[in-house]
Design a binder for this molecule. Structure first.
Ligand code: HEM
Length: 519
């Protein structure tokens, strides 16, 4: 109990850490017999002060595919080996829960699908997965196009005014607008203006990120949590979001009641294709609190992740102009003047590989969190019940033994005519959407969303890092953020007119006298 209580207070000094490690018996696999998992030493200092998954990479190179990290009295197993990841996520997934993640996210996601475990998870997953059927995801492509077009208009204005833009926050707004409509038919319209609800979503998200990275859980201290202005603001934000969600649920219930409803597998209401509408129409028998938890979970899951993917993709594109040129060629040849269709998206093969490769270099989230519910064997080592485990997707995706030129952004590593890379065909060396029964339910949605946005943006604009932009460095919340934003100069592309070959000579002759010299 003493150790339990102290451990909630975060990392103490190294002496106390060593003492508490002994008291708690962390790392005591030897007591159970069997080989001891390698223990990283000097690790306490190494992980403080930077994105925490970065030093875990060097420790992986030193200690291997599974090692123990003591962080004060807390002890974690860090897994960077594909076979062990596969065992935890897929082969023996029943023996693992979401552990710390569920504790941290409880205040915002309750028992929503991401933190839920056991029976609640099983029932909710069965209800939600059918909502993201093929027809739904196809219908969403129109929504992705509309939102991306709004972002294009905004960038057009910035380009005309010669203003640099901070792309990370714009991508966050783009994906918030998309996910609000897609999940509960709500138009945040955050690309156009800030309103109370948009602000409330950001207050909540920032709090969730603070809680996942803060060593001291001040929000659990009895009096503090009631008087702290920050906590009050968070509570107000949550109240606003909850009442908005309740209202949307009520509106949707009325719509469903009025509908001449014939529910079937690919059911979709054309006016309101949202996941909420599907759930209510399917007769999903669930409390409003659980429904709210699930909606909130999907809002967060589908918002921050896609925004981070777009942010790091555009950062990478600014560093690899040849990839950008190839991408623009594809967008020019596939996309017309109207919004992309599913047929267009299928033809955007290189764009898809760019997203696949961006997700390899910057996986969102960079680590998956689990806790063992029973004794197990991991990589030949016995582990006990209650071990907190970080599966480092970052390490799996950067492993120099597995990947040629692991640090190079090379979409060509995935052949265009080959299968889309996933955890199955890459045998858990690549798992951008996780794997096993808890794999992302929005993988197809997110891939199409990021492909549509990327293709539409690069067709209209060139993107360069803005002169004097702050260096782009990483920091973590649930996903990888930049420390100071992604400041870019956006210029409207002027595409040369397509001229049939035969007429080339005549046309260029004709143009000759009128060509002006740029001053
Ligand atoms: C789970 C990644 C977009 C909904 C996951 C997991 C990953 C992931 C890695 C597994 C977490 C774990 O095993 O601990 C991503 C990425 C996305 C994305 C990289 C964007 C590029 C979305 C979208 C939605 C969504 C758009 C909703 C429409 C979920 C849900 C889960 C999940 C509900 C929990 C599934 C369960 O536990 O049964 N996501 N996701 N995600 N994702 Fe996504």
């Amino acid at each position: 109990p003493l150790v339990g209580r102290l451990s909630k207070l975060g990392p103490p000094g190294e002496l106390a850490a060593a003492l508490l490690t002994r008291l708690s018996g962390a790392g005591g696999a030897a007591a159970r017999g069997g080989p001891e998992i390698p223990q990283a030493v000097g690790s306490l200092n190494a992980v403080v002060g930077q994105a925490f998954f970065v030093p875990l990479y060097d420790l992986f190179l030193t200690y291997g595919g599974i090692f123990r990290l003591n962080f004060g009295p807390k002890s974690f197993l860090i897994v960077s080996d594909p076979a062990i990841a596969k065992h935890i996520l897929r082969e023996n997934s029943k023996a693992y829960s979401k552990g710390i993640l569920a504790e941290i996210l409880e205040f915002v996601m309750g028992t929503g699908l991401i933190p839920a475990d056991g029976e609640i998870w099983r029932v909710r997953r069965r209800a939600i997965v059918p909502a993201l059927h093929q027809k739904y995801v196809t219908a969403m492509i129109g929504l992705f196009g509309e939102a991306s077009a709004r972002l294009c208009d905004k960038l057009d204005k910035a380009a005309a005014d010669g203003e640099d833009v901070e792309m990370e926050s714009l991508f966050s707004r783009l994906t918030l607008d998309v996910i609000g409509k897609a999940v509960f038919n709500y138009d945040f319209d955050s690309l156009s203006y800030d309103n109370g609800i948009v602000e409330a979503v950001y207050v909540t998200l920032r709090e969730a990120e603070m809680r996942s990275t803060s060593p001291i859980p001040t929000w659990e201290i009895p009096i503090w949590k009631d008087i702290s202005p920050r906590q009050r603001k968070v509570n107000e934000a949550l109240e606003l979001i909850n009442s908005t969600l309740d209202e949307l649920i009520a509106i949707c219930k009325r719509l469903v009641e009025q509908e001449d409803l014939q529910f079937h597998e690919e059911y979709m209401n054309e006016q309101d294709p949202s996941i909420l509408h599907f759930l209510l129409a399917s007769g999903d028998d669930v409390s409003s609190k659980q429904l709210r938890d699930d909606l909130m979970t999907m809002l967060i899951a589908g918002h921050e992740t896609s925004a981070a993917v777009l942010t790091w993709t555009f950062y990478l594109l600014s560093k690899y102009p040849k990839v950008m040129a190839k991408l623009q060629d594809e967008a020019d040849s596939v996309l017309g003047d109207s919004l992309p269709t599913i047929e267009d998206v299928k033809k955007l093969k290189y764009t898809t590989r760019v997203i696949n490769e961006s997700l390899r270099l910057y996986p969102q989230p960079p680590v998956l969190i689990r806790r063992s519910l029973e004794d197990d064997m991991l990589g030949g080592y016995p582990i006990g019940r209650g071990e907190d485990i970080f599966i480092s997707v970052w390490n799996l995706h950067h492993c120099p033994k597995h990947w040629d030129d692991a640090e190079v952004f090379n979409p060509e590593r995935w052949p265009l005519d080959g299968p889309n890379p996933n955890e199955i065909n890459q045998n858990f060396s690549y798992l951008p959407f996780g794997g096993g029964p808890r794999k992302c339910v929005g993988d197809m949605f997110a891939t199409f969303e990021t492909v549509v946005a990327t293709a539409m943006l690069v067709k209209r604009f060139d993107f360069q890092m803005a002169p004097g932009a702050p260096p782009v460095e990483m920091t973590t919340g649930a996903t990888i953020h930049t420390t100071e934003g992604l400041k870019m100069t956006v210029t409207r592309r002027t595409r040369p007119p397509v001229i049939p070959n035969l007429e080339m000579k005549i046309v260029s002759d004709l143009q000759e006298p009128t060509r002006s010299t740029p001053s």
